[in-house]
Each structure stands twice: as C-alpha cells, then as structure tokens.
Design a binder for this molecule. Structure first.
Ligand SMILES: [Zn+2]
Length: 237
C-alpha cells in the first residue's frame, strides 16, 4: 500500500493535521511526497504520489545535508505549534542554579536534537528492538551506530541510529555484537563463554546471523555500519 494512504489512521497524524489546520488526507499526501524522495523507499520502489513539488525536494535535500540543524528547527516548530494550541508561550528550559544563558541555550539545543533522534529512530522501527523485537518502550534506546562523540555531524541523523533494547544497546555499544553487510547479527568471540546462563545464551549467542527487523524508513546507513564493524566491534581486524 502506498506510504501516504494509510497514514490518516495514525492518531498522531490526525492530531498534527488538526493543529496546523489541514485535513489528515492533505497531510498524508504531503508525507507521501516526502516518502517518494527517500532513497531507501526509491530502492524498494515504494513510491509516494507523483506530484511532489520542487519545495518538497528542497526540504528533503536540506534535511539530508544537515540533520542536526533541521532536527533542531523541526523540534522548535513542533514546540511552537504546541505552544499555540496550549497557550503556552515559553519553551521549557532545564535551568540549573548558576547556569549562564549560553549554557542554558546549549542544553536546550542538545535535548531537542536528542529528542528528534530518539523519536525518529524509535518510530521508524515501530517501537521495537530491531534484534529481539522487545516492545517495552521504557526498555528501548535509540542507539547511535557511529557514537555521537565521534561524529557530531551525524548525531541527529536517524540513518545513524538503531532501535535497541537496553540489553542489545549495551552489547552493540561495547562491540560485543555488530551487523554485517546483509544486516544480520555478528557476535564477537568475546561474548562466547562456557556454560552461559540462559539470558546470555538467548540474548547473545542465539542471535548470531539473525537478520534485523527492518525499519519502515531510515534504513541503517551502510557506511556507519562499516565504521562500527571496523572500529567498535571487538573482533575487528
Ligand atoms: Zn533486544
């Protein structure tokens, strides 16, 4: 089914459409146009509607060129929308005693970018761990493939993210597991011990070669995964 046609069933879309004074179908059509421009969708021949405009292309290209700035702008726009609906004019700021204004601004920016990344990644994977399909939201992390401390330019890019449960997030972050070129799990030799307890066996050893559950959009980036295999995975080189 084309991407745009099912979206109006989604209560978030209905709410967003209401808050910007558009119908859910108009908003769905717009999202369908964006979907058409996503290279991952193009590869899978999932087309959006055929009349996407120049402006859509411009917005899409701009997002892909600079995720962090656009992540920030989209979160601020959402907050303004929300403020308009609720009559609340101020952005919520985590002010700590002694913080200078520049530090407060920095903290707000970091938090908004983090929230954008988390929301984009987790919703793409339909709020499930991509490895074990655990669906408890409180147990899920939007994990960076290339750590955010290594590549600031990619810290907001959802293609540099995976939806992982706390257990697999830690294993991925510490290099005990990685993904191969075909998006199947590779388990490090360092995770293999004699007579492992049940959670270790089921959670780490049995997932070897298992394909991940693919996201609806923002497929994990091949270059980022190559970086993870070469620099973070413990059996590298
Ligand atoms: Zn998991």
């Amino acid at each position: 089914m084309p991407f745009g046609q099912i979206r109006h069933q989604n209560p978030v879309i209905v709410q967003l459409a209401q808050s910007i004074g558009r119908t859910p179908s108009a908003l769905s059509m717009k999202m369908g146009n964006f979907a058409r421009l996503d290279p991952a969708h193009q590869r899978r021949n999932v087309g959006g509607l055929s009349h996407g405009g120049k402006l859509d292309r411009q917005v899409w290209d701009e997002f892909h060129a600079n995720w962090e700035t656009l992540a920030l702008e989209s979160q601020l726009a959402l907050q303004r929308l929300d403020a308009g609906v609720n009559g609340d004019q101020e952005l919520e700021a985590p002010v700590l005693p002694g913080d200078k204004p520049s530090e407060i601004t920095r903290q707000v920016k970091v938090r908004l970018v983090q929230r954008f990344f988390r929301d984009s990644v987790l919703s793409s994977y339909d709020y499930a761990c991509t490895i074990c399909e655990l669906r408890l939201r409180k147990m899920l992390n939007a994990s960076h493939i290339i750590p955010w401390s290594v590549d600031a330019a990619r810290r907001a890019d959802p293609r540099n993210g995976l939806s992982l449960c706390a257990f697999h997030d830690r294993a991925f972050d510490r290099g005990l597991i990685t993904l191969d070129e075909h998006l199947r799990v590779t388990v490090s030799e360092q995770a293999r011990i004699e007579d492992p307890p049940k959670l270790h066996h089921v959670g780490l050893l049995e997932i070897e070669n298992r394909p991940i559950r693919l996201p609806e959009r923002f497929h994990p980036d091949a270059e980022a995964l190559a970086y993870h295999r070469e620099n973070i995975f413990l059996d590298a080189g």
